[in-house]
Design a protein around this ligand. Structure first.
Ligand SMILES: Nc1ncnc2c1ncn2[C@@H]1O[C@H](COP(=O)(O)OP(=O)(O)OP(=O)(O)O)[C@@H](O)[C@H]1O
Length: 245
C-alpha cells in the first residue's frame, strides 16, 4: 500500500528521518512507538504525503509519488492528530468538511455524515460548536471526519494522549473494533505500549530518525528483540511494572 525507499528528511541541517526500506501492506495495522523527538510524527507526515522527503522515494500502491499525483493520493488517506483541529462551525459541518474537496455532495454526503456521527455516538451533538465539546467528544468528531472520507489509509498521531484514562480506554476499544471490522490500513503513533494491543499486534520502533524494529508486539514485549534502542525504550515500562518483564 505504502513504501519508502532511501528516504531522508533534513531540517535545519539535521537529519531527522532516515528510512532505507519500509513497506506497509494493504490492510496492515502498524503502531509506531519511540522516545520524544525520535521522528515518529515526521515519519507519519512523510507517509501521509504531508511532507516530502529531502531525498528518496515514496510509493503509494506501487506508484511513485510525484508532485503531480501526490494530492490525488493524499485524498485517499485521512489523518487524526492529538489536537482535533476543528473549525468553528457545527459538528455536522466539521465532519462533512473534507467531502467538499472530494466532490461528494447532496444526499450521499448527508448519508455518510449521518452514518459516521451515529457510529461514533455523536449524533446528538450534530448542531454543537467545538467550543462546547469535551476533549473526548471533540476527538470523536475528528475520528468521524476522518472515516467519513472512507480512506484507504488512516493515520493516527497520538489521538488519545490528551484524554483522561477512561475516555481513552473507551475510544481505544471502539476504534479497535472498527479497524478490525473495516480492515482499513492504519498507522498509529503512540507513546504508550499499553495502547497498542487495542488496535494491533504489530509495532515499529523509531529511534533517532531510524526504524530500529518492525515486527510483532509480542516478541518485543517478551524481550526477544536485542536492539539496544528497543531495550532502552522498554526499560522504564518494565521497571515501573507497566509491562511485564
Ligand atoms: N520544522 C522543524 N524544524 C527543525 N526540526 C524539526 C522540525 N520538526 C521536527 N523537528 C525535529 O525533528 C525531530 C523529530 O521530531 P518529531 O516531531 O517527528 O518526533 P516525535 O517522535 O514525533 O516526537 P514526540 O514524541 O515528542 O511527539 C525532533 O528532534 C524535532 O525537534
Amino acid at each position: 500500500m505504502l513504501a519508502l525507499k532511501d528516504v531522508v528528511l533534513v531540517k535545519d541541517n539535521k537529519t531527522i528521518l532516515q528510512i532505507d526500506d519500509f513497506h506497509l501492506e494493504r490492510g496492515e495495522r502498524l503502531a509506531v512507538i519511540g522516545p520524544n523527538g525520535a521522528g515518529k510524527s515526521t515519519f507519519l507526515k512523510v507517509l501521509a504525503l504531508l511532507e516530502p522527503p529531502t531525498s528518496g522515494e515514496v510509493f503509494f500502491r506501487g506508484e511513485k509519488v510525484t508532485g503531480k499525483n501526490s494530492l490525488d493520493f493524499r485524498r485517499r488517506m485521512a489523518v487524526v492528530f492529538q489536537e482535533p483541529l476543528l473549525l468553528n462551525t457545527t459538528v455536522f459541518n466539521n465532519v462533512a468538511q473534507g467531502m467538499y474537496f472530494r466532490g461528494i455532495t447532496g444526499a450521499q454526503r448527508q448519508r455518510r455524515v449521518d452514518y459516521w456521527l451515529e457510529r461514533f455516538g455523536i449524533t446528538a451533538l450534530r448542531h454543537r460548536k467545538p467550543l462546547h465539546l469535551s476533549g473526548g467528544e471533540a476527538q470523536r468528531v475528528s475520528l468521524a471526519r476522518a472515516f467519513v472520507l472512507e480512506p484507504e489509509v488512516v493515520f493516527l498521531d497520538e489521538p488519545f494522549s490528551a484524554l483522561d484514562f477512561s475516555t481513552r480506554l473507551e475510544l481505544l476499544e471502539e476504534l479497535g473494533a472498527l479497524l478490525a471490522n473495516t480492515g482499513v490500513t492504519t498507522v498509529f503513533v503512540t507513546h504508550d505500549f499499553n495502547e497498542i494491543p487495542y488496535l494491533t499486534d504489530k509495532v515499529a520502533v523509531i529511534d533517532q530518525g531510524n526504524m530500529v524494529y518492525k515486527g510483532g508486539l509480542k516478541e518485543l514485549l517478551a524481550g526477544e528483540v536485542t536492539v539496544p534502542a528497543v531495550q532502552r525504550l522498554l526499560e522504564p515500562f518494565k521497571r515501573s511494572g507497566l509491562i511485564p518483564g
